[in-house]
Design a protein around this ligand. Sequence first.
Ligand code: ADP
Length: 158
Amino acid sequence: MTTVVYPGTFDPFTNGHTDIVRRAASLFPRVIVAVAANVRKTPLFALADRVALAQESLRDVPGVDVIGFDTLLMDFIHAHKARVIIRGLRALSDFEYEFQMAGMNRRLDASVETLFLPASERDGALSSSFVKEIAALGGDVGAFVHPAVTAALAAALR
Ligand code: ADP
């Protein structure tokens, strides 16, 4: 039974993230969405809120758990007996960073494999940063995120 971990900051969770989780869940029996505390990035939403919004966004996807973490990703992977890291790839611009991260994680534990899923055509330009920017300027983000995220953004940016 292969457990896969999909790590990210998810500040906040978008429909692009949901798409990756749906597709991972169709391939593997258990998907853990691992929400990184990632204080280095100074997220808009607190870790607990990012976890709750991911859970809300994924309510109708079976076989998925959402868990926050503030440790080394590889320690989280070991603690949950996972063997695979899932990452989404949008444009070529994601590639360099993702390739480096996969390489470093391989150096930490070569038995854990990183798998990339290409972003769906529709979500290729969708990012948490743009969603926050649009929401901050009063734009409609309804097409990009779950309604719970739209509401949370409105409250956070009020
Ligand atoms: P991180 O800070 O780890 O990059 P993100 O929350 O920005 O966290 O992204 C988590 C993962 O989801 C990354 O692999 C990223 O490339 C991927 N991702 C982000 N947006 C999309 C999208 N629209 N479609 C597919 N994958 C995406």
